[in-house]
Write a protein that binds this ligand. Sequence first.
Ligand code: ATP
Ligand code: MG
Length: 497
Amino acid sequence: MRVGGEGTQLKKITIIDRRHESILRLSNDLERRGYEVRTYADEREALGEIAASRPDLVISELALRGMSGLQVLAEIRRIDPRIPVIIVTDHENTQDAIDSMSEGAYDYFPKPVDVEKALTAIEKALELRVPEARRSPPGESVEIGAAAARLIGKSPEMLEIYKRIGQVAVSDAAILIQGESGTGKELVAQAIHRNSRRRNGPFLAVNCAAIPETLLESELFGYERGAFTGAVARKAGKFEQADGGTIFLDEIGDMSLGIQAKVLRVLQDKSFERVGGRETISADTRVVAATNKSLVECMKKGTFRIDLFYRLKVVSIFLPPLRERGEDALLLAEHFIQKFNYQLVKSVRGLSPQAAELLRTYDWPGNVRELENNIQTGVLLNKTGVLIPEDFPLYLERKDGRSRPGAGPGSGDLAEAFRAILEPIFGSLSVEQRGSVYDRTIRDFEKALLRLALEKVGGNQVRASRLLGISRNTLRGRLERFREDDEAGSGRSGHEV
Ligand SMILES: Nc1ncnc2c1ncn2[C@@H]1O[C@H](COP(=O)(O)OP(=O)(O)OP(=O)(O)O)[C@@H](O)[C@H]1O
Ligand SMILES: [Mg+2]
C-alpha cells in the first residue's frame, strides 16, 4: 500500500480508545501500512495533542470516560473542521449513527470494527477532506428527544440509511425518499425532522394520493374567505402552518401536474398564494417528499414534471425492501412482539424456530408494514406464549397459494430469464469465443453472481457465502481466480475484461 510516497510527510492518525481488541488490530494494520499512529485512552490528553499537532485523521470511541465522543467530535471540529473524524461505537445503534453523521463525522463504525472496511474508509478520508459545509452552525446543539419512534435494524443497508439521515438532516434542502410500500418512508421523514434544526417546529404530513385535487390545493396552500362555496373564513394551508418546520408530502407521485407546478415554485422561491387570494405568502418550510412509484416511469408517462423531479432528486434516500435487510426481519419481529404485548395486554415470549425460519425466508412484498400486521395478528391469536407459523396470516395465504413467498423472479426455473439475457449476445459470443463459449459464459456468469452477492451484503465474505450457500473458502478461491484472470486480461489487452 502506498502512503505518502518519498519526500512527503507520513500521514498522522490519532486514535482515542480504551483498548478494544479490534481497534488495536486496526491500529497495527495502519502502522504496518506506514501511517504514524498515536493512541490515547484519555480524551483530554488526545485533544491537547490534536490541537498541537493537527493529525490528518482522528478515530474516536463514542463512549469515553469523561466526555462523550460527540463532545470530542465537536471539540475537534472547533480546533480544525477539516480533520476527518471517524466514530466507533460499542453497539450498532440507530441514533448513534445519525448523531455522529449529523455532527459532521466522516464515517461511523460499530465494534468489532471490520478492519478491511475501515482501512478502505480511512484511506478515502485521507484523500478527501471534509467539506466545511457539513458543519452545524455554531451554538446549535443536536440533541435528540428520547421519546422519538426508533428505526429498528442493524443490517449494513440500514446502517447506510442512518448515516444518510444524519448527513442530510442538517441542511434545509428538499429531500426525496423512495422505496417500496411499507419500507418505513414516513418514519425516515420523521427522523430527518427530529434530527434537523427544525426539530422544535411542526412536522405536518399530507398524503397527496388520498385527497382530491381541488381539496389538496387548499389543504397545502390555504384559501381566502369566499374562494369557493363553504369558504366562510380564511384558512392557512399546511405550508403556512408548518412554517419553521417540515412538511411531508407523501405519495408525491400521485400529485396532479397543476399542484406540482405550485410546489416547484415553493421550492424555488418559498412563495405561493392561497386559493382565491392575490397576496403572495412566504413560508420557511422544509419539504420532505416520498413515493413508492417510480418517478422516472411517471415522467415517461408525462404525469410528473421533470424539473420538479430534478429539484427533489438532489438529496434522495432509497429505502431497501425488507427482503434485502438480512436478519432485520427477526429484530423487527422482536420489537413488534413487545409493542403488541403491551398494546394487547399479552405476554408472548418470542418466536418458535419454525416461525423464525418463516419470517427469515419470506419475501415480504408489503415490507415492514406486512411484518407488523402479521405479528399483531399473531400476538392477538397466540395461546401458547411462543409464536408459531400457524399464528401468522401469511402462513395461511402461503398454503392457499394466494401469496407465494419466493415466487418472484428469485425462485423456480430461471432458465427463461437467462435465455432472454443471452439471446441478444449469443451471435457475437459464438463468433468471438468459438470453442470456449461454455467455459467463458459460465465463468463470467459466476463472476457476476458472486460480485453481486458481495455487493448486496456490503462486501462481507462470510455473509455472502451464507447467502450463496457455498463455503467461504470456495468464495475466496473463486474471487482470487477472478482477480488473477482480470490481471492477466488487463496485462494482455491493457483494459479490464
Ligand atoms: N425500520 C423500522 N423500524 C421500526 N418500525 C418500522 C420500520 N420501518 C417501518 N416501520 C413501521 O412499519 C409501518 C410502515 O412504515 P411507513 O408508514 O413509514 O412506510 P411507508 O414506506 O411510508 O409505506 P407506504 O409507501 O405504504 O406509505 C409503520 O407502522 C412503521 O412504524
Ligand atoms: Mg407512507
